[in-house]
Design a protein around this ligand. Sequence first.
Ligand code: GH3
Ligand code: MG
Ligand code: MG
Ligand code: MG
Ligand code: MG
Length: 302
Amino acid sequence: MKILLVEDSATLRYAISRYINEVGHEAILAQDGEEAMHIVDETAVDMIIMDVEMPGLDGFETTSLIREMLGEHWVPIIFVTGKSEESDFKEGIEAGGDDYLIKPVSRVILKAKIRAMERIIDMRNELNKANRELTELSERDSLTRLYNRRTFENRAQDYWRQANRSRDPLSILLLDIDHFKAFNDSYGHIAGDDCIRKVSASIAQCANRPGDMVARFGGEEFIVLLTNTPESGARHVAEQIREAILDLRIEHRESSACEYVTISIGGGTLNNTQNGDLTSLVHAADQALYRSKDNGRNCVSV
Ligand code: GH3
Ligand code: MG
Ligand code: MG
Ligand code: MG
Ligand code: MG
C-alpha cells in the first residue's frame, strides 16, 4: 500500500516513514497540507497519516479538503498530533479523520492502527467487488452477457434524450432467430443455448461503435440501438448482421429459409426524436420484423 505521511517535522517524517516501511508499505512524504493535496490529486494513496499543527493549512483543514476532493472514494486518515484536548479529538474526527493518536507516537501502537485500517480497506475492497458483480448480474443476461431488456430500456432513455438535444437520427433494430423452436426440437436445448450465444456474439461484433447498444430482448430476440444513425446506416448494419449470422454456418435442417441458422431483422429510424417516442419506434421495428418473416425470413426490412 501507499501511505501518505503529512508531517512538517523532518525528524518525525523520518521516524514514522520507517515505521510504515517496517509494516511493508511505501511511505510518500509531504511537508504540509498543500503538498499533501497535490499528491492525493495525482497519486492513488491507500491511507494517510496526518499531523495537525503545520505551517499553512493545518491537518484538520487539509483533511476536510481531501475528503471533498475524494468524494465517495474513502481513504482512511489517521491523525498523529500533539494536540491532546478532547475537543481537538472531536474536531479531527468531524473533519473526516478516522483515528487520532497523540504524540509522542508509540511505534507499536501506530503499526497496530495501520494494521486495523488495512483490515477495513480489505473489507471495503471486497464490498466494492461484490457490488460490481451484483450490478453486472442485474444488468446483464447470464446466457449471453448482453444487457438485459430492463437495462436496455433504462439506457435507451438516456440515448434518446441525448439524440433529442443533438437532433441526431436514432435507429432501432429488432432481430429474431428464424425457426428457432424447430432448432431446439431438432438439436436440443443445450445446442439451442449455444446457438443463442454465438448469434449474440456476432450481433455484438457488428454493432460495436460507441453509441451502439445491443441487448437480449427475449428468448431468441435481440434489440440494437444505433445512435446518430439514419435509415441507410441502420439498413447497412442490419444487412451486416444478417450475413454474419449466416456466415456462422450453424446447421439447421428444419429451417424453411436456409440449411443454416438465419435471423430476420426489422428496423425503424427517427430523424428527429422530438417527433416521436421510443416505444413507437420499437413498435415500428417490430412491424418491420413481421414483414421480414413474411418475406421468407433471413432478410432485413428497414
Ligand atoms: P420464427 O421464425 O417465426 O421466429 O419461429 P420461431 O420458432 O423462432 O419462433 P417462436 O417464437 O415460435 O419460438 C421461439 C423459440 O425460442 C421457442 C423457445 O423454446 C426458444 N427459446 C427461447 N429462449 C430460449 C433459450 O434461452 N434457450 C433455448 N435453447 N431456446 C430458447
Ligand atoms: Mg507539526
Ligand atoms: Mg421470437
Ligand atoms: Mg416467433
Ligand atoms: Mg424466432
